[in-house]
Design a protein around this ligand. Structure first.
Ligand SMILES: Nc1nc2c(ncn2[C@@H]2O[C@H](COP(=O)(O)OP(=O)(O)OP(=O)(O)O)[C@@H](O)[C@H]2O)c(=O)[nH]1
Ligand SMILES: [Mg+2]
Length: 223
């Protein structure tokens, strides 16, 4: 698998992660809902190669999200416990209410990234091409609000992109990561090295703690 820079894709179900990989040039991309993590090598003219890890859409249930964390951890172990130096959160701009599950997914994303990772993270809003001209202003305002109030994982400022459902748009997002000094490693990848990739290991990671917080203080059906 080519690609020194490894980027993790995170988001709710149907937020556009796999479509992004398809437009970015991933080979053998399955357009149906993603049920397991998969790493894709992406080559580009304007950047050296990347490895992008596509993940299943985050769930509403803590048990489902812990299983996704375990899958991500095992994918990292299979890849040889690489350094993950980029992460992207996907959000459908047409999801106008940032309800409980979207907030908890953002919380999981922040905890996967860890402190000091803001410059290496990006937020991508999708479904812009489904919005007619008359509705555009409303969604532009919503996007500004999301950027100011929610699309932050800490000091340093996060990049935010509108995905235009095209190769050009996917490349624009990837170029952001191309010349970025990889100062830090994704916190979750460090924690997998420390705690392992079992379900009990997942509960010790910051993202696992964020998942369990949603379950109301440590009760989780599958454990
Ligand atoms: N029109 C439009 N459709 C999109 C866009 N992004 C994704 N879609 C469509 O939305 C559906 C879900 O997209 P996916 O890329 O599979 O979403 P996902 O985040 O990988 O979904 P899960 O794997 O279930 O988590 C597919 O039918 C896509 O073709 C977009 O920007 N515009
Ligand atoms: Mg998918």
């Amino acid at each position: 698998m080519a690609g020194d820079t490894i980027i993790l894709l995170i988001g709710s179900r149907g937020s556009g992660k796999t479509s992004f990989v398809k437009f970015a040039g991933g080979i053998g991309v399955d357009p149906s809902p993603t049920t397991a993590c998969r790493a894709y090598g992406i080559e580009g003219k304007s950047f050296s190669s990347f490895t992008v890890i596509d993940t299943p859409g985050l769930d509403d249930l803590p048990s489902g999200n812990l299983a996704i964390l375990k899958d991500i951890a095992q994918t990292l172990v299979t890849l040889g416990s690489p350094k993950v130096t980029g992460a992207i959160f996907f959000h459908r701009i047409t999801d106008t209410r940032l309800g409980g599950s979207a907030r908890s997914h953002l919380d999981i994303f922040r905890n996967l990234c860890g402190d000091g990772f803001a410059e290496q993270a990006a937020f991508v809003t999708t479904m812009w091409n489904t919005i007619g001209r008359s509705g555009l202003q409303k969604y532009q305002l919503l996007e500004s609000e999301l950027r100011v109030k929610h699309f932050s994982i800490g000091p340093g400022g996060n990049a935010s992109f509108r995905f235009g459902n095209s190769r050009v748009s996917a490349v624009e997002v990837l170029e952001h990561f191309a010349d970025r000094p990889a100062r830090r490693q994704l916190l979750f990848a460090e924690e997998v090295t420390r705690f392992g990739s079992s379900l009990s290991g997942m509960r010790k990671t910051s993202a696992g703690v964020a998942v369990m917080r949603k379950s109301g203080g440590g009760k989780c059906v599958i454990l």
